[in-house]
Structures are given as structure tokens and as C-alpha cells.
Ligand binder design. Structure first.
Ligand code: B12
Length: 836
């Protein structure tokens, strides 16, 4: 029998369809783990597999979606091992019975080759920094399940329904580190074409192909119609076969039951179009049945799939988006680097993370596309520091990063933890370095910068440098690294030491383009070493290099001269549609008087010292709001904890606590919230901003408490954020203010079930309960709590607050009082307790 790798190269391959929905129909109860049925209801599972085989499926997904060590233990009848092995047995037995009947059945429906895919779903916990699961723990959990399945003889590993590319990375690494089996990945996109944590399809392709998946695609969440655009995008960028396993439409609830609207006929018609767009491995997900699958297969197997083609796009990715190296040059910000920067060195020694993060954010504001990260100092642990800086930077910016180190341990650790497909700086023509770096590129993916230097040094001629390029490409190919994932840096050397040096570099750039159609990058500023006003030389050389085919520059985006060269080149070269970028940039600069070309005329902002002042306060992800110009608001928006706390301390010298809360903290979070709603800010950034707001608030809290609360308590109040809601910043502010006014607050925390609130109110004889809810979806839990308090006859008033609430809402859910802010909660408490 052909392997699945061979089979998918030949033509269409068909997955089975939905399983969970069929199990529910067969009696699976809510809350029951479907994987238990591998043992308790093996017949039902075998029947589902069998029906899909009869429908013509080639690949069966084992019933192991949630089979992981978080849900199943090592011991007993329902151990992880037993559940996984029985799942594989069930699939195998179904294949055996179907094949036994092969001769009796019309060949039209029954496929001749069958494969068993070990189905791996998400772990059900978010990874750090969004959740509390460590990346390496996730890898280990996936390894456990995969090791059992691989040892028991599955044909491939299917990682599916992933909505976080980072978790997908953990699963792919686990598969690669456990076995040699083919790895398929499908992710679940929302209607806007993004994963929950923000990645678009192109970013998923970049990261997953970098990690070496054999096929990738999309499943669940959407019906086939809604998947078309995403399939087109996958087909444009992916070189591996594309998997499409849609739901039978978007689920809706009818009389308490989940229903799917896409009939087998409609499903077939849509899948014909999906096959035409480039889908090659086709099946179904929730709500699809053997009828959907058989009807699709009957039609699609008559078609010819689009040919598999190698895609030449050179891509890197962050956890949200890609940067492509083609046409418009890519700017790689060089400021996160201690070389020649005493302040940065000190920041590294002092572990001053805010300083380092701020360097990243400033470069993003100045329009860097990628950030170079170099933290090499002899006196620090580079591997630990590199990993930490990479992780923290990815918390505040969504720009892709370039991991810049000569320490292979630091390189490996950072690549392992990086979320996306990184740029790697660097490899060169030395055998030993290639032997060290290429295996890492092969394993983790990445676009590697290759310097034209080898054991004999840097050749003095362009021809000599091209010979090294040749050697590097050939060696990389031996490791299975494509030319598109290598970006050549032909090295700029100081022109003041050798007047030929600029010319040799420019000729090399040209040669790399003409001879190899290769990608190129340069550390531009080395050219001016030893000369005064270096930016002038740098900028002119930059323009010449772009003219000779430079795809990317490692440069200082704070340099006015360099940015002028860049915007001007892009505008003149036709990379700047309607001159939009040029106009935005140039209109902020002082006008150059006609004929005045001498001296400092036309200098960009701060060009003299190479650093421009802060422009507008667009935050990581571009929140674009003027009020972000306030330093505290800006610090919160950008997620800088230490800076936010420090600035709050300063503001407290001249402002009242409540003014800072209302005038800075809340507006800052509103900016981030709006960005989040408009999908310009993603969850990790939201989280960092929340942390920064909390650290600012901690300073306020301390100041308020030190002013001293009243001696005698005026009354006792319960506060809680309702069930299902984890937002507690607002509630905590209310708490501190009430305490400050002399009330004794019993804080039940967040995500609090109504039962606990009722029980505490009863036991503690409480007269005022304050409830907080920040989401429309949790207002019903607030209503439920109020109802329960009333039903249980608790004699108390209920005060409600939170951003989504309004007076109308509060009336609707029978609250006694709606407070729009924390101060109002104090006024109401005074009303209740002072009128004894
Ligand atoms: C910070 C934040 C987070 C942080 C929360 C950290 C924490 N420990 O609280 C994190 C990152 C964890 C988070 C997670 C999520 N969030 Co959120 N988050 C926000 C954000 C940006 C700010 C909220 C905030 O703290 N504001 C500042 C405080 C001080 O204001 P406040 O709570 O309104 O409180 C004031 C008054 O309302 C009042 N008040 C509040 N409570 C009470 C209670 C009483 C008794 C009284 C008297 C007064 C009172 O007094 C306070 C002071 O004046 C908002 C957007 C926004 N601008 O509101 C989104 C927002 C609330 N989040 C949202 C969403 C969707 C989520 C997630 C579902 C995202 C996801 N996909 O996972 C999760 C929710 C998980 C869950 N189950 O709860 C949505 C909700 C949409 C909706 N309308 O339902 C919002 C509106 C963002 C958006 N525009 O899309 N979030």
C-alpha cells in the first residue's frame, strides 16, 4: 500500500466527517467524555468509522480528540494508554470489516487505501502568557498521547481545531520529537479569517511549513461557504497539500439542540468549488455525516486536483501576521543591540525589561517591519536573556523578530519559544557554523541570514562573495532548507578603510539577484564607520543598495536620513500606492527651502543625533488615538508595567487618586478595548495592558491606604465579579474606594457562582451586595444572582456596575442601584448605611 505521503501527491484524499454530533445522536450525554466510548461503546465507534469507509473515506480520525493527560490518568481501565489504543483498535477493526466486504461493493464508493490518523485536539487550556500552561508542559502533554498512538501503529498524526498557533507549534514539535510519522495540521478560523489569538492564514502557513508539517488546512467553526476565502489564501501560499474539513454550516440552536443547515447536496456543491480552489485532502467536521462525505466524494473524485506547486514566497511571521520579502524593502530595526550602546548594556545588566521593550515599541512606531534582537553580553546568561526578551517583546508588539546571536544555545531556546516564523541572524560559509545553524533552521523553521564570509575571511571581490553564496545554498539544500528561506547578506565594510568596499557590496547584491534570484539583506550602517555625520553616507548607500536589489536592511528607524531615503525610494520605485506613506512621513518634516541645500536644511527629526523624538502615540498593534500622548495612558496602552507604576507615583504628587483612575487608567483601557474590538489589538496585548493598569492601580491603592481608613467600620459589603467573568480591575477599584471610606469589604473575587454570593450574604448578614459584569454575555449571570438572592429571601440591596451595564439593563435585571463609577458606589453605600 502507498504511504499517505505518496497517496496525497497523486490526487485527492478523503477524510471522514463529523463524529461528536453522531455520538450525541447515539446517546452521548452532555459532560461525558466522548473518548470513553472507545471502551464503553466500541460498537458505536466502529460503526461510525465503518460508515465513513463505506462513504469512500481514505483517512479515519481516531476518537481521541480530547485524549490527553489532563483528562486521562496513567492507571486503570480508562487510562490514557487504554483509551488511545482502543480508539486505534476500533478504527482498525472497521477497516478490516470494510475491506472484507470490498468485493461485494461497488468500487465507486469504496476507496482502496485506508489510513488511520491519530486525532489530536487542543488541550483546553491557554498557553502562557494568555493562560497558565507553560509551552514545554504543553509539548510534554502532546508527546504523551502521540507516543502511545505512534507506538500502536497509526499512519499519521492529525493536529486539528487549533485556534492558537502557539499551541499548534507545541503539538507539531511534540509529534516531530516523538516519531517520524507524517504530521497534518488544521486550524479553526473565525469569520474574519483569523485564529482566536490573531493569526491569519498566511501566518499559519509560514509557521507550520517552517516546522515541517506534511499537509495543512482548516477545519471546524465555519461551513464550506465561509471557508472559501481562507482556502484561496492557503492555496496561494502553501506548498504542501491543503486540507479542508468544514462543518455542515455554522451551528445554531433550535429548541435546545444544535443544528447544522448545510445539506449533503449543498455540502457537495461547495466542496467541488473548494477542490477547484486547491483543496486536496477533503472531509468534514461537526454536523457532517457519511451522507455528506459520500456525496462529496462521488463528485470530487471525478475532478483533477490543482497541481501541487512549490511557492516561492519568502515569509516570516509573528503570532498574527507575516512580512514578505518581495518588492518593497523590509526594515529591520537594529536598536535592540548592546553594541556601542552603554545605556542598553546597563539595561541588560540591570535586567531593565521596560527599557528593552521600549526600544522595540519606539522602532515599531517608526515603522520598522521586523525587530532585531541581540542581547549578547559576556557577563549575562545570553540564552536565558534572549528567550525572556523574545517572550516579553511578543507580549507588547506583534512585529516578527530576528533572533540575532552567535550562541547556538541561545538561538535554539529562542527559536523554540518564538511564536511564529522568525528571522535568524545568522549563518555563514564556515562549515562548522552551517553544521550548527542549519539543523535548527530545519527543525524550527525560519528565514536565515547568511553572511558571505567563510574560513578564509571576507572575499575582496564580488565574485569571491558569490562563490560563498553558492556554497551556502548547496549546503542548505542538503539539510532540506529551500533557497527562499535564506537571505544573503553580502556584507557592507567601512568605505573609509577601502574605497572599493561599497562597490563590491553593490556588485554582490546585483550578482545575487541576477545569478540566483536570491533574497538579500544588509547591515547598512557599517559602510560609514570612521566618518563624520554617518547618517548621510548611510542614507545614500541605502538608496544605492535598494537600487541594486536589496530586499531588507538592518538599520536605525529613528534616523531621519535613513527613513527619508527609504520613503523616497519606495515612492519613486512605485512601491508606495498614491504616495500615501511618503506624504504621511514628509508632511511632518520641516519644509526644505528651494535652493537651500547646505548645512542642516532638510534634516529629519532628530537627525543630528540619529534619534527622532516620539511621534504620535500609536501603540503596539496601532491603537491610533491622540490621548495616548499622555505618558501614563501611553504606558498602559503599550503594556509597560514598571513605567506605568513609576508614572502613577509621579502623578500622585499633583493629582487625586480618583482623577488618575478616571482620567488615565480607564481611558487607557478604553483605547485598548476599542483596538481589541476592531481587531487591531490582540489578546496578548490586551493582557499586558491590563497588567500595566493593575500595577498603576497598586500604587494608587497603597497611597490611598496610607492616608488611613476610618477607625470604626461603617458597614459590611460583599463585592464580586459574576460567574463566567474574569474582569476584576473595576471591581477592585470599587473595593479600595469603599474601604477608604470606612467600609469593610468581603471580596469574593471574580467568576463567582451565585450560590457562593447568596451563602455568604446569608451567613454574614449582609445589607449591600455589589456585583460587577463587563461582558454582555455575563449580564445574565448577574440577573441570575439577583434572582437567587431574592428567592432565598436575603434582605439586602444589590448595587451593580461594569462597562456594559446601563440604567435600563440594571432596571431590567431588578438591581436596586446602578453605579456608573466607583465614586457612585460610595455615595450609595453612605445612603444605605447612614440612614439606619
Ligand atoms: C482589561 C480587559 C481584559 C483583561 C481583564 C483583566 C482583569 N483582571 O480584569 C483580560 C485580558 C484578561 C480580558 C479578557 C477578556 N476580555 Co476583556 N477587556 C478588558 C478591557 C480592555 C478593560 C476593562 C477594564 O478593566 N476597564 C477599566 C475598569 C476600571 O473599568 P470598569 O470595569 O468599567 O469599572 C468601572 C465602572 O464600570 C464601575 N464598576 C465596575 N464594576 C463595578 C461593580 C460595582 C459593584 C460598582 C458599584 C461599580 C463597578 O466602576 C469602575 C471604576 O470607575 C475591556 C474594554 C473596556 N474598555 O471596558 C475589555 C472587554 C470588557 N473584554 C472583552 C472580551 C470579549 C474579553 C474576552 C472574552 C476576550 C477573549 N476572547 O478571551 C476575555 C474574557 C474572559 C472572561 N471569561 O471574562 C470585551 C467584552 C465585549 C462585550 N461587550 O461583551 C471588551 C468590552 C473589549 C471589546 N471591546 O471587545 N479583558
Amino acid at each position: 500500500m502507498k504511504t499517505i505521503r505518496e497517496k496525497m501527491k497523486e490526487g485527492f484524499v478523503f477524510f471522514d466527517g463529523g463524529c461528536g454530533t453522531l455520538l450525541q445522536a447515539a446517546g452521548l450525554k452532555a459532560g461525558e467524555l466522548p473518548e470513553m466510548w472507545n471502551i464503553t461503546h466500541a460498537d458505536e465507534i466502529r460503526k461510525i468509522h465503518y460508515d465513513y469507509l463505506m462513504a469512500g473515506s481514505n483517512i479515519l480520525k481516531t476518537n481521541t480528540f480530547g485524549a490527553n493527560a489532563l483528562k486521562f490518568s496513567d492507571e486503570g481501565e480508562y487510562s490514557l494508554k487504554n483509551v488511545v489504543e482502543r480508539a486505534i483498535d476500533n478504527a482498525r477493526e472497521a477497516v478490516a470489516s470494510a475491506e472484507a466486504e470490498k468485493s461485494l461493493l461497488a468500487d465507486r464508493f469504496l476507496s482502496k487505501e485506508h489510513y488511520i490518523a491519530l486525532d489530536i485536539g487542543p488541550l483546553g487550556k491557554l498557553l502562557k502568557p494568555l493562560g497558565d500552561l507553560d509551552f514545554e508542559d504543553a509539548v510534554e502533554l502532546f508527546c504523551k498521547t502521540i507516543a502511545i498512538g505512534a507506538a500502536y501503529g497509526v499512519d499519521l498524526i492529525l493536529i486539528e481545531t487549533m485556534n492558537d498557533i502557539y499551541e499548534a507549534k507545541a503539538a507539531i514539535l511534540a509529534a516531530k520529537e516523538t516519531c517520524e510519522l507524517p504530521v497534518f495540521l488544521t486550524t479553526a478560523y473565525d469569520a474574519s479569517g483569523k485564529l482566536l489569538t490573531g493569526a491569519d492564514a498566511k501566518a499559519v502557513v509560514a509557521a507550520a511549513e517552517g516546522l515541517g508539517v506534511d499537509a495543512l488546512g482548516i477545519n471546524c467553526s465555519l461551513g464550506p461557504e465561509q471557508m472559501m476565502g481562507i482556502v484561496e489564501e492557503l492555496a496561494e501560499y502553501a506548498s504542501v497539500p491543503i486540507i479542508v474539513n468544514p462543518n455542515a454550516g455554522i451551528p445554531r440552536t433550535e429548541n435546545g439542540k444544535t443544528v447544522y443547515d448545510v445539506t449533503p447536496d449543498k455540502f457537495r456543491d461547495a466542496m467541488i468549488r473548494i477542490a477547484g480552489l486547491g483543496g486536496r485532502i477533503l472531509g468534514g467536521c461537526c454536523g457532517t455525516t457519511p451522507l455528506h462525505i459520500s456525496s462529496m466524494i462521488a463528485a470530487v473524485k471525478e475532478m483533477t486536483p490543482l497541481p501541487l506547486t512549490f511557492k516561492e514566497h519568502t515569509l516570516i511571521a509573528s503570532y498574527t501576521h507575516t512580512v514578505e520579502f518581495s518588492g518593497k524593502p523590509v526594515l529591520i530595526g537594529e536598536r535592540i543591540n548592546p553594541t556601542g550602546k552603554s545605556k542598553f548594556k546597563q539595561a541588560l545588566r540591570d535586567h531593565n525589561m521596560d527599557y528593552i521593550l521600549q526600544e522595540g515599541l519606539t522602532q515599531q512606531e517608526k515603522k520598522a517591519d521586523v525587530l532585531d534582537v541581540n542581547v549578547g553580553l559576556p557577563e549575562i546568561d545570553e540564552a536565558a536573556m534572549m528567550t525572556e526578551v523574545v517572550m516579553e517583546l511578543q507580549g507588547v508588539t506583534d512585529l516578527p523578530l530576528q533572533i540575532d546571536t552567535t550562541d547556538s544555545k541561545a538561538m535554539e531556546q529562542a527559536l523554540r519559544r518564538y511564536n511564529g516564523k522568525a528571522m535568524i541572524n545568522s549563518v555563514n560559509g564556515k562549515e562548522e557554523v552551517m553544521r550548527e545553524v542549519f539543523p535548527l533552521v530545519r527543525k524550527y523553521g525560519g528565514l536565515v541570514v547568511a553572511l558571505t564570509i567563510d574560513e578564509d575571511g571576507i572575499p575582496e571581490t564580488a565574485e569571491g562573495r558569490l562563490a560563498i553564496v553558492d556554497k551556502i545554498y548547496k549546503k542548505a539544500a542538503e539539510y532540506g532548507i529551500a533557497k527562499k528561506d535564506i537571505i544573503i547578506d553580502p556584507l557592507a565594510m567601512s568605505v573609509s578603510a577601502d574605497k572599493e568596499s561599497a562597490k563590491v557590496t553593490l556588485d554582490s547584491l546585483k550578482g545575487i539577484k541576477e545569478r540566483y534570484r536570491g533574497r538579500t539583506s544588509l547591515g547598512v550602517s557599517n559602510i560609514s564607520f570612521g566618518l563624520p555625520n554617518r547618517d548621510f553616507i548611510n542614507a545614500s548607500f541605502f538608496t544605492m543598495a535598494m537600487q541594486n536589489g536589496l530586499d531588507a536592511a538592518i538599520m536605525n528607524p529613528n534616523s531621519g536620513e535613513m527613513m527619508k531615503a527609504y520613503y523616497t525610494f519606495c515612492a519613486l520605485q512605485g512601491y508606495d500606492e498614491n504616495f500615501t506613506d511618503y506624504i504621511e512621513y514628509a508632511s511632518k518634516l520641516p519644509t526644505v527651502a528651494a535652493g537651500n541645500t547646505a548645512g542642516g536644511a532638510g534634516m529629519g527629526p532628530g537627525a543630528a543625533d540619529g534619534r527622532a523624538g516620539m511621534e504620535n502615540g500609536t501603540a503596539g498593534g496601532g491603537t491610533g488615538n491622540d490621548s495616548a500622548k499622555d505618558p501614563l495612558i501611553e504606558a498602559i496602552v503599550k503594556g509597560l508595567k514598571e513605567r506605568a507604576a513609576h508614572l502613577t507615583g509621579e502623578y500622585l504628587q499633583t493629582m487625586e487618586s480618583i482623577e488618575i483612575i478616571d482620567g488615565k487608567l480607564i481611558p487607557a483601557l478604553d483605547i485598548v478595548g476599542k483596538g481589541f474590538e476592531e481587531k487591531r489589538v490582540f489578546l496578548p496585548q490586551l493582557l499586558m495592558s491590563a497588567e500595566a493598569a493593575k500595577s498603576a492601580f497598586d500604587v494608587i491603592k497603597e497611597a490611598m491606604q496610607s492616608k488611613g481608613a476610618a477607625e470604626e467600620k461603617k458597614g459590611r459589603i460583599i463585592l464580586a465579579t459574576v460567574k463566567g467573568d474574569i474582569h476584576d480591575i473595576g471591581k477592585n477599584i470599587v473595593k479600595v474606594l469603599l474601604e477608604n471610606y470606612g467600609y469593610d469589604v468581603i471580596d469574593l473575587g471574580k467568576d463567582v457562582p451565585p450560590e457562593l454570593i447568596v451563602k455568604t450574604a446569608k451567613e454574614e448578614n449582609i445589607r449591600l451586595v455589589g456585583l460587577s459584569a463587563l461582558m454582555t454575555t455575563t449580564v445574565p449571570a448577574m440577573e441570575e444572582t439577583i434572582k437567587m438572592l431574592h428567592e432565598e429571601g436575603v434582605d439586602c440591596r444589590v448595587l451593580v456596575g461594569g462597562a456594559v451595564l446601563t440604567q435600563e439593563y440594571a432596571d431590567m435585571i431588578h438591581a436596586d442601584k446602578y453605579a456608573k463609577d466607583a465614586m457612585e458606589s460610595v455615595r450609595y453605600a453612605e445612603e444605605i448605611f447612614m440612614s439606619k
